[in-house]
Design a protein around this ligand. Structure first.
Ligand code: PLP
Length: 357
């Protein structure tokens, strides 16, 4: 049976990426060696690193003055590296979900943290508006896509202090004006590569302003100076990221994929709104994520939740159980997820409605 992969992360990757990585695991570009057993100092791998960095910059239109780093440690390590490198005494955060609150928790280790607003009161089902951001903070941190709750900040914010964004689950899903950010970071395992790779886009001139001692591995300048080769980078995930970027460029880049992403999300939200069984958890249309679509059962049908998930699983839908903190269902519809899969999920929703409502 055809499987439709809606996992939230690690998650679906393009066929192109999987095929080329499989080939490189056997024989990396004619070297007679596997990508897993070749030195990161070899000219072949250095070329992979250079191409990946180059294409990353090209596809996101990253201006001069920014560096792109490929590190280990996941987005969760960045929760600490951000304040370590950038917080002199005070930082500001927007609390839009559990990843955001984990970032806030780490920041507390390095100075004063102002939580500008939080949507925790409504289980993070919206993005707070009318923000008053303290002008004396060293930076303002946001999570653009809240993977667990299905909310998203879909426009680049204008703020008067360095803007830092966790874009783990929406990087490359839409055009981004990188010049509005000081740092953009994320785990690559949602939209780019297998787990093990963390990307960081950092504006050079915001660094070097803190007095604390930063351990070598946690200092962005270390990795800038060494081109992400201070220590052994995650070679296979970097190679996979390169394949995904080549695929993305080939289909027209972020502008083209954004259009498709919006179509996929629109179709699915429309069905959830139409279907008697389901309701969306995110009421405000402008807050609805185009990457993670969340729903719960309509009040009169709550007892059918498990039945629906079982029914959908039988029909080949994988990974649509909602996160335990929201319940219901969640379909992660990242760049690589084809429209066919969205249509298949919609068919299943309609079939189940015909049976039960
Ligand atoms: C998945 C995710 C993380 C955690 O990433 P790790 O690489 O596992 O540390 C952080 N933030 C967001 C928004 C995520 O979706």
């Amino acid at each position: 049976m055809n499987k439709h992969n809606f996992y939230a992360g690690p998650s679906i990757l393009p066929e192109f990426t999987i095929e080329n990585v499989a080939k490189a695991v056997k024989d990396f570009e004619g070297t007679g060696l596997s990508i897993m057993e070749i030195s990161h100092r070899s000219k072949e791998f250095i070329s992979v690193m250079d191409q990946t960095r180059q294409l990353f910059k090209e596809l996101l239109n990253i201006p001069d003055g920014y560096h792109v780093l490929f590190l280990g440690g996941g987005a969760s390590t960045q929760f600490a590296m951000i304040p370590m490198n950038l917080m002199k005494s005070k930082s500001a955060y927007l609390d839009t979900g559990s990843w955001a609150s984990k970032a806030i928790k780490e920041a507390h280790n390095f100075g004063e943290v102002i939580v500008v607003a939080s949507s925790k009161d409504a289980n993070y089902s919206y993005i707070p508006g009318d923000l008053i951001i303290p002008t004396d903070a060293d930076y303002f941190h946001i999570t653009t896509n809240n993977t667990i709750y299905g909310t998203e900040i879909k426009e680049d914010m204008d703020v008067n202090l360095p803007l830092i964004a966790d874009m783990s689950s929406d990087i490359f899903s839409r055009p981004v004006d990188v010049s509005k950010y000081a740092v953009i970071y994320g785990g690559a395992q949602k939209n780019l590569a297998p787990a093990g790779l963390t990307f960081v886009i950092v504006k050079y001139d915001i660094l070097g302003k803190v007095d604390r001692v930063i351990p070598t591995m946690f200092d962005y300048r270390t990795h800038i100076e060494k081109g992400s080769m201070f220590n052994t980078p995650p070679c296979l995930p970097v190679y996979a990221a390169l394949q995904t970027l080549i695929w993305l460029k080939d289909i027209g880049g972020v502008t083209a994929i954004h259009k498709i992403n919006c179509e996929k999300a629109d179709l699915l939200y429309k069905e959830i709104e139409r279907n008697k069984l389901f309701i969306t958890t995110v009421k405000e249309e402008k807050n609805r994520s185009i990457m993670n679509v969340c729903w719960v059962m309509n009040k009169e049908y709550t007892e059918l939740e498990k039945d629906f998930l079982d029914f959908a699983t039988e029909k080949g839908m994988v990974g649509i159980k909602g996160h335990r903190s929201v319940g219901g269902g969640r379909a992660s519809i990242y760049n690589a997820l084809p429209m066919d899969s969205v249509e298949a999920l919609i068919d299943v929703m309609q079939e189940f409605e015909d049976l039960k409502a």
